[in-house]
Design a protein around this ligand. Structure first.
Ligand code: MRU
Length: 358
């Protein structure tokens, strides 16, 4: 996608092929800056500190992390150690496990002398595939938006949560890919952007990327969606996901479940867009089986923003001494999901229908 008219991906090999470059998402929307990841530890830190984030991008960064490790030590022990370390960087998005395990399976049979070059190529292949997958699921999803427009014959209002745009993938995004494709095809639409406390990925990242692409949007406080749905101001919701179970339960950024409940109560279709590597075929019950990341309290007790003097500052919003809980994700049961939008088509969120995706 374009930033000020220049085409970017969220991650790319450096010109000297010795490192990987990323957009530092912790500085957006106020400062656009890129970072160079020189080694596996840099990749691990970028994932942990959320300089890169979003399930598909975490998976690709994990794959590049293995490739960076192989440039320095390509032994079996080094491969094992780097995979183990990267896998612990964030617990909920299954794409990290998928990307790292794909690299491990690909590299294990190769002689040590070939691993560095091969790993670099495989990580680039994973990144390219992510772009293809997101573009394709975007096409499928845009048909749903088109159908709504044809029925309604006026602007389609879409609610989204967190950031499942191109910043969360290598390009295009998951939830936002159908929106970009529909917008580019001339369908009039407008996006309600949940701010997504505590880290505000909606307010800071989704609003920024929609703005860069010229898509009409309005940022809303997290608790607003239910009210909008009751007043017919939301035609559909589309969210991304960090892990979908074999039975169609959907884990996504905290607050997604409440939006799904409100959508169900108001007859608003609730779609989940995902690349098929986001499906964890090894588990069935999302509430019982998906590990939910818990992050630091200060993400809740403090907030950052741009001050009038042009500086970004962090301030405390809670009384000193109040404790905070910071669960990163929740699980929306399959029964609340209208359908899954994937690169292989749009399917019902249930075990039987999902078999075509395996
Ligand atoms: O904690 P984050 O910012 O990595 O969470 C991201 C999300 O919850 C996204 O909705 C999800 O990864 C979908 S990926 C396009």
């Amino acid at each position: 996608m374009k930033i000020n008219g220049t085409l970017y991906r969220t991650i790319w090999p450096s010109a000297d092929n010795m490192a990987v470059e990323i957009i530092d998402q912790t500085r957006l929307p106020h400062i656009f800056t890129t970072l160079r990841l020189e080694n596996m530890r840099d990749a691990e830190r970028a994932i942990k500190d959320m300089q890169v984030r979003g399930a598909p991008l975490i998976g690709v960064t994990g794959a590049y992390g293995v490739a960076l490790a192989m440039q320095h030590h390509a032994s079996d022990a080094a491969l094992q150690a780097s995979c183990d370390m990267l896998l612990k960087a964030r617990p909920t998005a299954v794409n990290l496990r998928w990307g790292v395990e794909r690299m491990r399976a690909f590299l294990v049979p190769l002689p040590e002398s070939e691993r560095a070059a091969a790993a670099w190529q495989e990580a680039a292949r994973i990144a390219d595939e992510d772009v293809e997958i997101c573009s394709s699921l975007g096409e499928h999803g845009s048909e749903i938006i088109r159908a709504l427009y044809q029925k309604k014959n006026s602007t389609v209002n879409i609610l989204t949560h967190c950031n499942a745009g191109w910043l969360a993938t290598v390009d295009w995004g998951t939830a936002l890919a159908p929106i970009y494709k529909a917008f580019d095809a001339g369908i009039p639409l407008h996006v309600w952007v949940d701010e997504t406390r505590p880290r505000n990925q909606g307010a800071s990242l989704t609003a920024w990327e929609l703005g860069q692409h010229g898509v009409p949007h309005t940022v809303i406080a997290d608790n607003t969606g239910g009210h909008l749905m009751q007043h017919g101001m939301v035609d559909m919701a589309i969210v991304g996901t960090d892990r979908v179970t074999a039975h169609g339960d959907v884990c996504n950024k905290i607050g997604t479940y409440l939006k799904a409940l409100a959508a169900f109560d108001n007859g608003v279709p609730f779609y989940v867009a995902l690349p098929t590597p986001t499906i964890d075929w090894t588990i069935q019950d999302g509430v019982k089986e998906i590990p939910i990341e818990e992050r630091a309290q200060d993400e809740v007790t403090h907030i950052s923003g741009l001050c009038d003097d042009g500086q970004v500052r962090t301030v405390q919003v809670t009384p000193k001494g109040s404790r905070a809980a910071n669960y990163g994700f929740d699980v929306t049961p399959a029964r609340l999901v209208t359908a899954l939008i994937t690169e292989k088509g749009v399917v019902k969120a249930d075990a039987a229908a999902m078999r075509v995706l395996s």
